[in-house]
Each structure stands twice: as C-alpha cells, then as structure tokens.
Design a protein around this ligand. Structure first.
Ligand SMILES: O=P(O)(O)O[C@@H]1C[C@H](O)[C@@H](CO)O1
Ligand SMILES: Nc1nc2[nH]cnc2c(=O)[nH]1
Length: 297
C-alpha cells in the first residue's frame, strides 16, 4: 500500500528528481520528443545522430529490462533536427514490476522537458479487417488491468505531476493522429495503416479463444501487454501522446484454426516491418512541429 504523504512507496518525487537531475548532468541533450520502443522495435533509435546511450542498469532508480527483444538502453540524440530520447525497451507488469516502476520513465521525460511522447508496441489483431504486418494508430484504449485496480495513478495523487481525476477521453492527441494518417498516405502506406482501439491485458500468456472473442465484442481492435499505463501517466502530466501498434499476428477467434502465437513470431514480424515502421516514426518526428503547440527543437 502507498505510505501516507508519499504518493508511492516505490517511487517518491525525490526519486524522480534525482534520476532526472542525474541525466541532465550527464547529457547536453534537452529532448522535446520521447519514443518508447515496443518489443522488437528498438531499432527505431538507430537513425539518431549525436547519439548518447545510457544502459538502464547505470541510471539511478531505473528498472532493468528482462524481456527478449528489449535492449535496455536510453538513447539521446537528434533525429531530423529534433532532440529526442528513445527508450529501447519498456517495462511490463508481467515482469513483476509495479505500475509505478513501469511508468517511471514517463515522469522522468516530463522532468527532462519532453512535451510529446510516441508510444509503440507489438499487438495481436482482433478485428477481421486488420492483418499481421499492419500498423494501427491508436485512437483509444481499454484499460483492462485498470478496471481490476491495477492502475498507475492509484494511491495519493502527486499534484506536482497532475490532477486527481484526469480525463482520458482524449488521451491520444487528435492532431498527431491526423498527422500520422496523412504521412501514411504520403508514404504510400494507406493500405496497411489504420486507426483502432488497443486493449491491454496483463499477460504474460497470450489469449484463449474465449478471451479473444470477449475482447473483440468489447470493442478492441488489437490486444497487447503494455502501453496503457505509460499513456495514462503521460496524459496525467500533460504530455501529448501518439500511440502506434505493429500488428504482429492475428489473434485466433476460431476453435477450428490451428496456428498458435509465440513471442518469436512477434519479433520476426517486427523485423520484417522494421524499415517501414521506422520510416513512419521518423517522418512523424520530422513533421510534428506542424502540429499546433509542438516545440520544434
Ligand atoms: O512491449 P510490447 O507491448 O511491444 O510487447 C509485446 C507484448 C509482450 O510483451 C510481447 C509478446 O510477444 O510483445
Ligand atoms: N496479449 C497479446 N499481446 C501480444 N503482443 C503481440 N501479439 C500479441 C497477442 O496476440 N496478444
């Protein structure tokens, strides 16, 4: 339980401050854009120049990554003349981390001066017209762990970050979503980029067929094991959020289908779509100052 007067017993405001100050003292980069790289998507950081990399284990208070396909590095650098920071791997609830630890980096980004966050993930497609290899721009989400009380903002609220009852009906910035759609069209990606609703389950197992059917009936277009805690904390502290999901597999909704999903298949699809995904993210970063209120350095 959270201790009284201390918003969270595992991460205090002093912890966040100490980590942010440590990073600000070690790097000259002052990023305005942060990117969280999902499973197998760490290469999104490959195209930055003036790169400075910190291993998670060397950063005070940072958790470490335990999932294959997650490199465990924080990469600062310039991309298309924008100062950026990339998380080459994220933390998941199923690794045993509290949601406070899972979302720790988001508040660090806020304290570093980040204004926009691009959150990426790998997920399984639930609706008929979504194929493996497609990219889904996240329009909205269903926070299933949140319904069950696994929520990163539970416990006393820290007003230094945001309000007690944040609105989530506009969690995914409309202008950034439009920009991502327009860029997809310009790049000739329209056939495999669409908007949709992402649902988070805690994992680590993939869905049963009955569970997949239920999630689909509830309005989910894809399902994964991350992203929503980070987006919730980002929205709470007033960061602009764009969510991009690579559909790495079709989730089986049919008892007669034989295929069985596994993590290797997820990573393989990330490799196959890496260039396209990277191209989309890079172009969004290059053009995101076209969106109102977004700082261009
Ligand atoms: O970090 P993300 O959400 O991209 O990772 C997905 C969900 C699981 O961690 C893993 C399953 O293969 O990939
Ligand atoms: N829960 C879940 N997470 C995924 N991550 C990538 N594919 C899937 C999937 O099918 N289900």
């Amino acid at each position: 339980m959270h201790a009284k007067g201390n918003p969270c017993s595992c991460c205090s405001f002093d912890d966040y401050k100490c980590t942010a100050e440590w990073l600000l003292n070690k790097t000259r980069h002052r990023p305005k854009i942060a990117v969280i790289c999902g499973s197998g998507l760490g290469l999104l950081a490959d195209s930055v120049s003036n790169k400075q990399t910190f291993r998670y284990e060397d950063i005070p208070n940072f958790p470490v990554s335990t999932v294959p396909g997650h490199e465990g590095c924080l990469v600062f650098g310039d991309l298309k003349e924008k100062s950026c920071v990339f998380m080459q791997s994220r933390f998941h609830l199923y690794e045993g981390y509290s949601l406070c630890k899972v979302t720790f980096p988001v508040r660090i980004f806020k304290l570093l001066g980040v204004e926009t966050i691009i959150v990426t993930n790998a997920s399984g497609g639930l609706c008929k017209d979504i194929k493996a290899g497609d990219i889904m721009i996240i329009k909205d989400h269903i926070n299933l762990p949140g319904f069950a009380g696994q929520h990163p903002l539970c416990g006393p609220n820290d007003e230094r970050f945001g309000i007690r009852f944040p609105c989530m009906s506009d969690a995914y910035n409309k202008d950034l979503r439009k920009l991502a759609l327009d860029i997809s069209q310009q790049l000739g990606y329209s056939d495999f980029v669409r908007e949709g609703v992402y649902c988070m389950v805690s994992g680590p197992n993939f869905e049963t067929i009955a569970e997949a059917r239920m999630l689909h009936i509830l309005g989910s277009d894809s399902v994964g094991m991350s992203t929503i805690p980070e987006v919730t904390v980002a929205k709470h502290c007033d960061l602009r959020v764009l969510g991009l999901s690579l559909i790495t597999n079709k989730v089986s909704l049919d008892y007669s289908r034989e295929e069985k999903v596994n993590h290797e298949e997820v990573l393989e699809m990330c490799k196959m779509r890496a260039e396209m995904f990277q191209n989309l993210v890079n172009t969004i970063i290059a053009k995101c100052d076209q969106v109102d209120g977004i700082n261009s350095n």
